[in-house]
Design a protein. Sequence first.
Length: 112
Amino acid sequence: MRDNKASLCSDLILVSARGVREIANLERIDPNGCELTMQEALPVGQKVSLQCLECPQGKKACTECRFNGRVQSRETDPLLGNSMRIDFLGRNWSAKEWQPRHLTNLKTNLTD
């Protein structure tokens, strides 16, 4: 089943977890979570904090792009790194609140 509220995107974000602080590439986002790729392999179940590197709205102190989550799944590719699904905790994502750069809504660009 396809999630019609999911969007493809490409934006660099900062991922923080216990003992890890690393830049990741945000690949896909939906109201309940996101998919990202990064070098570090975080374990399934690990709590993480996500935020943009530079506010896309030009704000000095950006809060709309800060999310807490938990690693739901992980796949490792020797060339591409670690692809992870992060489920958001405490709030849902909305494009009205925060739009990552290069956001493409799948609902308007794909047909069933």
